[in-house]
Design a protein around this ligand. Structure first.
Ligand SMILES: C[S@@+](CC[C@H](N)C(=O)[O-])C[C@H]1O[C@@H](n2cnc3c(N)ncnc32)[C@H](O)[C@@H]1O
Length: 256
């Protein structure tokens, strides 16, 4: 095991001992287990060969929590405003350069059973337009799963509120690489604003869960891990102020 991996495992174990569970990864996995299972049932295709479920990672970057479901996915599409390096996303069937806020005709209506959007909402200039596009591209009753930051956490509010120049200087300390540092908007980044934005776009059954995620997100360096841990512990008992939102919602219309 590499030294970096060993450190990461020790930090994860410490977070668990401190009661900072479940983490975002576990919550997203539970949401996607449910979403993919529902899609299979809706298509009458559980265990079908070839698999029939069609999924989108909206703002796919360089990682996708949907990749672990690859064997159950018939068509796996990723979109982002930045093209990935050739071969960087081997689990995708297709990549399309799409601005979620603008390209409403990027896909026909009712294309996808499941949409995942992981830590992308905070970058969207027009989340209302993006949520409406995703609702249109989802099949009626299809599942949206998203994660984003919560500006009701004081550290997140401070980070989002920094002048761009200062934030650009801070980002290398908390991001793995410069490629992970994208302009931030934070237009609907608190539990109520996000719920309202999804309701305006017509989603049903909107479930918003908050979770402390700063220590895990900033764990690469000890000082930022320690700062994140303080931030997570400060808000652990105040759910509306935890750093991160994990959301599930259903696209408008009856389940297919
Ligand atoms: C913080 S990264 C997250 C990447 C990946 N989803 C993950 O969880 O590792 C945010 C991603 O959103 C993309 N993005 C930002 N604004 C976007 C937009 N308007 N439409 C599509 N993608 C966007 C960025 O290019 C970037 O890849």
């Amino acid at each position: 095991m590499s030294e970096r991996r060993a450190v990461s495992d020790r930090r994860e174990a410490a977070l668990r001992r401190l009661g900072l569970v479940p983490g975002v990864a576990e919550l997203v996995r539970a949401a996607l287990d449910d979403a993919v299972g529902r899609a299979e049932t809706g298509r009458g295709a559980a265990g079908a060969a070839p698999p029939a479920v069609v999924v989108l990672d909206a703002g796919c970057g360089r990682n996708s929590a949907l990749a672990r479901y690859r064997a159950r996915i018939g068509r796996f599409v990723g979109v982002d405003i930045h093209e990935p390096a050739p071969g960087a996303l081997p689990y995708l069937d297709e990549f399309a350069a799409v601005d979620l806020c603008e390209s409403s005709d990027a896909f026909p209506p009712a294309t996808f059973d499941v949409v995942l959007s992981s830590f992308t909402v905070e970058h969207l200039a027009d989340p209302d337009a993006a949520f409406a596009n995703l609702a249109r591209w989802l099949r009626p009753g299809g599942s949206l799963v998203l994660t984003t930051v919560n500006r009701r956490h004081p550290f997140v509010a401070a980070y989002l509120g920094m002048p761009d120049g200062l934030r650009r200087r801070v980002q290398p300390f908390v991001k793995a690489t410069a490629a992970d540092a994208h302009p931030l908007v934070g237009a609907c980044n608190d539990p109520a604003a996000l719920r309202e934005a999804l309701a305006r776009a017509g989603y049903d059954d909107i479930r918003v869960v908050t979770v402390g995620h700063l220590a895990r997100a900033w764990q690469r360096r000890l000082p930022t891990f320690a700062l994140g841990l303080v931030g997570d512990l400060l808000t652990q008992g105040i759910p509306s102020r935890r750093s991160t939102l994990v959301v599930r919602a259903r696209a408008p219309g009856p389940a297919a």
